[in-house]
Ligand binder design. Structure first.
Ligand SMILES: [Zn+2]
Length: 359
């Protein structure tokens, strides 16, 4: 689907150096016609891509290349309706989460019409690795023979999943998470801007960044109250599965409505902390210091090796969770394994409590 979200016209503080070199590329006409922005989730890759588009579309950019924010073009960008910036994302209805060939072809077809407002036409695809093989191949033809005055911005967490032929047609721009101090300062500012409790916001920033693995935009997304509540409920569900009080399959079904990556991020954090606490009850530096008591009390006596194996399975699941994976099956399998690992009853009888581990 094509996004109609507002474009943020300001630069994230940790992207200053990248911005300066991008602008040097623009001024010396070295930008090329396709750029692949890669880096971990939640650090502002899409936002930087949009800002670059805005800089090229703005009628009177500032000396550092940032969009002016007041011209007609900037107003259209702020409204999310500039006709020369097209942002393709997977359909929200799509079960597989893939970007399909038809969607890419429609975009490539529209580029022959060139810019509507006379400057440039910018096409952003994110996550680019969500393009299936046919879709990526359709794009390849366009990247080989780009229309003039067009710029393609591909955004990817895992560019290795793109065909090498597509990658080789793009200039690569690698972005990384900011230093912790800078991330915390920015997040505090954002939290106190949206929250009604500036003191609490400041205290939360460190915790949220840990949960968001140092990625500030991810941490900010976690600050949504619903997410924190869901996090609490997911941990409770795991605890109940361990205690034999919840059916792993029912929990998997309930988790279907949640963002899989988010759950897997949490789960990785909890299991890491849980293993640390099993080894040393007063272990410092937990990922979830707020859940220390609950995690310390969970399923005592599990072998460290078994716990580590499960953690590796979670990592593997998390790496796959962006592709076309069946979310319910994924969680069923993980929750059954979790039950087998942590429930005392399961360890005695060799079957998961109330589940169908043997079926
Ligand atoms: Zn402007």
């Amino acid at each position: 689907m094509i996004l109609a979200e507002p474009v943020a016209l300001t630069l994230l503080p940790w992207q200053q150096a990248t911005w300066t070199s991008l602008q040097a590329g623009v001024r010396s006409d070295r930008l090329g016609h396709a750029l692949l922005l890669r880096g971990p989730a939640g650090i502002g890759k899409r936002r930087l891509a949009d800002l670059l588009a805005a800089s090229l579309l703005c009628a009177q950019p500032q000396t550092d290349g940032l969009p002016c924010g007041v011209c007609d073009e900037c107003r259209l960008l702020s409204a999310g309706s500039h006709p020369d910036l097209t942002r393709l994302v997977p359909d929200s209805e799509s079960k597989t989460g893939e970007i399909l060939a038809g969607q890419v072809r429609a975009l490539c077809g529209s580029q022959t019409m060139t810019s509507s407002r006379g400057r440039r036409a910018v096409y952003r695809i994110a996550p680019a690795e969500a393009m299936n093989a046919v879709a990526a191949n359709s794009l390849l033809k366009t990247l080989e023979e780009p229309a003039s005055a067009t710029l393609w911005l591909l955004v990817a967490e895992d560019p290795g999943r793109l065909p090498a032929t597509v990658r080789s047609r793009c200039q690569m721009l690698t972005l990384s998470a900011p230093p912790a101090d800078q991330a915390r300062a920015w997040l505090r500012g954002e939290l106190s801007r949206i929250g009604d409790d500036p003191g609490g916001a400041a205290a939360d920033a460190g915790q949220l960044l840990m949960l968001g693995q140092g990625a500030p935009l991810r941490a900010l997304a976690l600050a949504g109250e619903n997410d924190l509540k869901a996090r609490q409920q997911c941990l409770l569900a795991l605890q109940q599965v361990s205690a034999g009080k919840s059916d792993p399959l029912a929990v998997a079904k309930a988790w279907q409505s949640l963002e899989p990556r988010l759950i897997l991020d949490w789960w990785v954090g909890w299991v890491s902390d849980w293993l640390r606490l099993q080894a040393a009850p007063d272990a410092p530096h937990l990922i979830n210091p707020d859940q220390r008591r609950r995690l310390a009390a969970m399923a005592p006596g599990v072998s460290a090796a078994g716990g580590q194996r499960f953690l590796q399975q979670l990592y593997a699941a998390r790496a796959e969770a962006t592709s076309s994976v069946n979310q319910q099956l994924l969680f069923e399998s993980l929750l059954l394994r979790w039950a087998m690992l942590t429930s005392a009853q399961a360890r005695r009888t060799g079957r998961a409590p109330r589940g169908r581990a043997d079926g």
